[in-house]
Design a protein around this ligand. Structure first.
Ligand SMILES: Cc1cc2nc3c(=O)[nH]c(=O)nc-3n(C[C@H](O)[C@H](O)[C@H](O)COP(=O)(O)OP(=O)(O)OC[C@H]3O[C@@H](n4cnc5c(N)ncnc54)[C@H](O)[C@@H]3O)c2cc1C
Ligand SMILES: *[C@@H]1O[C@H](CO)[C@@H](O)[C@H](O)[C@H]1NC(C)=O
Ligand SMILES: *[C@@H]1O[C@H](CO)[C@@H](O)[C@H](O)[C@H]1NC(C)=O
Ligand SMILES: CC(=O)N[C@H]1CO[C@H](CO)[C@@H](O)[C@@H]1O
Length: 459
């Protein structure tokens, strides 16, 4: 899941030679009023003020000699309890804080659709997510250099930045007694994102769940710190929340903008406006993103803001590709029937989308003594040998390998991927990682919800 979070996040459209810096400049502000911005110039325009957009805005605007504009479709909702109180997880879904995307009907779910939650507000999905501080397995990051030939995508390199983002608050002895475990060497302490164990950590039920996981999945060990890059095991995880009693969400907005980028006169955040297109200039057969079209609502008049250096796309994994397609970058077979003229042929744009599958099972426990207020933090990450048993895992491995080519063709025929032949090695690397490297294959998150009196699992 973490791979999905990082990789598609930031697409630098085009790096151009530095043009003279803008003559206009503004105080750092968050505004929904675009009147002064129409036709203005910024060095960098970031489309989307979610996790990626606000992180990039905070880092780029550290240099006072450049101007940065973030355009965010949603509004600033950091004072809404559905946003700042992570214990209300889920209450923002299917509300005005969520785009409420639906999948196409799924044949193998009797034609039913699936909801794809995506946050529509400053902070994006980073303002409504579960706030779990987890990382993917090191062995999976380390597949990226193998597949791309670029060493800079290794876990070790990624982890430098993950550590730099983090401000870890070590658990109190009382939290350790409830199962909080950590090893300081796997945490950063100087970054803006507050990472803390739940003050209202559930005790008995979570310790029972950890114990039950170990007896159910043979060989599942207690993982002392899932932030190490070793994920397989059962553990308790910290959350992106402030360490004080309020346990406010440490969101992309509160961590990267509020307090931190406050005194940045060259940073402007325009909320309540969508980027609806990128305008291109061509020079020496290179395309350069020179400005963006912006619109407040479907009935309002679009206007232009100029990007003297770069346009960065940070609209999330669903909407960044859509914006590229609206701007003429994609598969001609998709764009032409829609009357979009093709600026650059890139058949993979809008494909290769993988959502994290999720099922939730809840039930009423025999005793409603929850001993805590949450958020819940016990997770088991068994591997396939533990879930299936060694014999069935071995059999499934061979069956899966035998079906890879056909599966890749099925994905290409359905339009899910651009090129089956190129995709087989990617699938093979994932399958070998799960079966041979015995990497964690399932996330079993133990949910405990005092407000509904239920316990359960998300998996
Ligand atoms: C339900 C849920 C639970 C999750 N739980 C966790 C968790 O516990 N821990 C964890 O680490 N991660 C979790 N994640 C994942 C994490 O939140 C995302 O990976 C992360 O937010 C992705 O960052 P992003 O910048 O790509 O997109 P986002 O944060 O979604 O930001 C995209 C932004 O772009 C804006 N936008 C879109 N289109 C336009 C446009 N055309 N013009 C202007 N603005 C636009 C959107 O309004 C949004 O604010 C969860 C995600 C979801 C959906
Ligand atoms: C927690 O967030 C709320 C809403 O933004 C805010 O009013 C309150 O001051 C915050 N508490 C702390 C300690 O920051
Ligand atoms: C875990 O389970 C074992 C065996 O069922 C039991 O002996 C032990 O007391 C349990 N530990 C906890 C912390 O519940
Ligand atoms: C590029 C740009 O807009 N720079 C401005 C940043 O803010 C300072 C202080 O207001 C101005 O002097 C710069 O011109």
């Amino acid at each position: 899941m973490f791979l999905r979070r990082i990789v598609p996040g930031l697409i630098a459209c085009q790096l151009a030679v530095a043009l003279p810096a803008s003559l206009h400049h503004f105080k750092r502000e968050i505004t929904s009023d675009a009147s002064r911005l129409v036709n203005s110039h910024f060095d960098y325009i970031i489309a989307g003020g979610g996790l990626t957009g606000l992180t990039a805005a905070s880092l780029i605007s550290e240099d006072p000699s450049v101007s940065v504009l973030v355009v965010e479709a949603g509004s600033d909702r950091h004072d809404d309890p559905r946003v700042y109180d992570v214990r209300t997880y889920g209450e923002a879904f299917d509300t005005e804080l969520d785009y409420g995307f639906q999948s196409t009907p799924i044949p193998w779910r009797e034609g039913k659709t699936l909801s794809l939650v995506a946050g529509k507000m400053l902070g994006g999905s980073g303002s409504l997510n579960g706030a779990s501080w987890t990382k993917g397995p090191k062995s999976q990051y380390d597949l990226l250099p193998v597949l791309t030939g670029d060493e800079s995508w290794s876990f070790e390199n990624f982890n430098k930045y993950m550590l730099r983002a983090e401000h870890f608050n070590a658990p109190a002895p009382s939290e350790v007694a409830k199962g909080a475990r950590f090893s300081l060497s796997h945490h950063g302490t100087q970054g803006p994102v507050q990472v803390s164990f739940a003050k209202g950590m559930f005790e008995t039920l979570q310790l029972d769940a950890i114990n039950a996981s170990q007896s159910l999945w043979n060989g599942l060990e207690i993982n002392t710190d899932a932030a190490s890059g070793i994920v397989n095991g059962v553990t308790t995880i910290p959350n992106m929340v402030d360490p004080d009693l309020t346990q406010n969400r440490s969101s992309p907005y509160t961590a990267f903008i509020q307090g931190r980028a406050d005194r940045r006169p060259n940073l402007t955040i325009l909320t309540g406006h969508r980027v609806i297109g990128i305008n291109w200039e061509s020079a020496a057969s290179q395309l350069r993103a020179s400005s963006v079209q912006i619109q407040q609502g479907p009935a309002s008049t679009p206007f232009t803001i100029h990007a003297d250096r770069e346009v960065l796309l940070a609209c999330g994994s669903m909407q960044s590709p859509a914006l590229l397609e609206l701007s003429g970058v994609g598969d001609p077979a998709v764009l032409e029937p829609l009357g979009i003229s093709v600026v650059k042929r890139m058949p993979a744009v809008g494909r290769h989308f993988q959502e994290q599958t999720k099922n939730t099972v809840t039930f009423q426990p025999r005793s409603a003594a929850f001993h805590g207020s949450g958020p819940p933090s016990a997770i088991a990450f068994p591997n396939l040998q533990q879930v299936l048993g060694p014999a069935l895992a071995e059999q499934s491995y061979h069956e899966t390998l035998a079906s890879l080519d056909a599966h890749a063709r099925f994905l290409q025929e359905g339009g899910f991927i651009a090129n089956a032949t190129a995709y087989v090695p990617v699938l093979r690397a994932q399958v070998d990682n799960l079966f041979l490297q015995k990497e964690a294959a399932v996330e079993i998150f133990y949910t405990i919800t005092p407000s509904t009196g239920t316990v359960g699992i998300d998996l």
